[in-house]
Design a protein around this ligand. Structure first.
Ligand code: ZN
Length: 139
């Protein structure tokens, strides 16, 4: 079951250069910055009320973010939905005909297991599904 929008992902050329803009815009500070090796990205999160914004920067040329930025100036990139059972949701969505970028959950930023759906099957929206890691679903 999908519970809520967990965060909005914003693709940026440089987190360092972008942080001050968003920190001033939201009058808040980024609380987490980390590298997700498997995706070739560096991420930083900022809380905006009950919501979160994730800045995503490429760490190498093969990163999906590098490809995205080669075709655009950056900006809005993906919506992440929190689910209560990521494996079950991926199974359900695959059975419904959605195209999965990740066939099984991967380690993501902010202590989450994640998987992306291909925008070709979601009318153009890049969808991330995520689930908080805990002892029950640790692989
Ligand atoms: Zn994300």
């Amino acid at each position: 079951m999908i519970k809520k929008i967990e965060h909005l992902g914003i693709a940026v050329k440089s987190i360092e250069a972008t942080l001050p803009i968003y920190e001033t815009l939201f009058s808040a500070e980024f609380y987490k910055e980390e590298i997700v090796e498997s995706e070739g990205v560096r991420t930083a999160f900022i809380r905006v009320g009950e919501s979160k914004i994730e800045l995503v920067e490429a760490t190498n040329e093969d990163s999906p973010i590098a490809k995205f930025l080669s075709k655009s100036k950056g900006g809005f990139h993906h919506v992440a939905f929190e689910v209560d059972d990521l494996d079950a949701e991926l199974e359900r969505l695959a059975a419904e005909g959605f195209q999965l970028i990740h066939q099984s959950p991967k380690d993501g930023a902010d202590n989450k297991r994640i998987a992306f759906l291909h925008p070709k099957s979601t009318a153009g929206l890049l969808v991330e599904l995520c689930q908080e890691k805990n002892d029950d679903n640790e692989i």
